[in-house]
Design a protein around this ligand. Structure first.
Ligand SMILES: [Zn+2]
Length: 195
């Protein structure tokens, strides 16, 4: 049995106790979507919880980039967006409710989010593995020396999970605060419209 995970942690960024550390963080849209103005989104975009289209030729799907946790309950999950070819996006859409979709070959995808707490992660190469209906695809990074790829390969510790939480909560230098807060605000608005 793993030890019970702590329910709060002392944040080195602000000195406060925060709940967690969370074992998952979600990016609610591809960065390209976040960069669009509200009117551009209305005229040429479509965003749901798991799919995004920007006309005429950008197709995105949401998936789970999982990192093994070596000394705690895992995995740790970054919910991220990857771009697919139009062919693969349509195929994934056609097979959305098909129980046999687990037999799909992996789709190639470009990572479409800059994640906090890492060197630039935008445009890392991935393989997108379709899983059972109702489960987001597994995002496998190309096995490079990028720290995120190394973490996926080798796993992370709970100490690193806390470090990620500090970066994600307080918007490390890799993600300017303006960008992060704009993203959250506008996404809520877009989701409200969609719903
Ligand atoms: Zn804090």
């Amino acid at each position: 049995m793993a030890e019970t995970a702590p329910t709060t942690f002392r944040c080195r960024c602000c000195g406060e106790e925060h709940p967690g550390p969370p074992l998952s963080w979600a990016m609610e849209a591809p960065d390209e979507w976040s960069a669009l103005t509200p009117s551009q989104r209305r005229s040429k975009g479509d965003l749901s919880s798991d799919q995004c289209i920007i006309d005429p030729d950008r197709f995105f799907i949401r998936g789970s980039l999982e990192l093994p946790v070596l000394d705690g309950d895992g995995p740790f999950v970054w919910d991220v967006w990857v771009s697919l070819s139009e062919t693969n996006f349509k195929r994934a859409s056609d097979l959305w409710h098909d129980p046999n979709r687990t037999e799909e070959q992996p789709y190639f995808g470009w990572l479409c989010n800059s994640l906090p707490g890492y060197p630039e992660t935008l445009s890392l190469k991935t393989n997108v593995h379709t899983r059972a209906v109702g489960i987001r695809p597994f995002i496998e990074l190309e096995p490079t020396d990028h720290p995120l790829a190394v973490e996926q390969r080798d796993g992370i510790t709970m100490a690193r999970v806390i470090e990620i939480a500090e970066a994600a909560m307080h918007h490390s230098a890799t993600v300017p605060p303006e960008k992060f807060s704009t993203l959250k605000r506008i996404i809520r608005k877009a989701l409200g419209k969609a719903g």
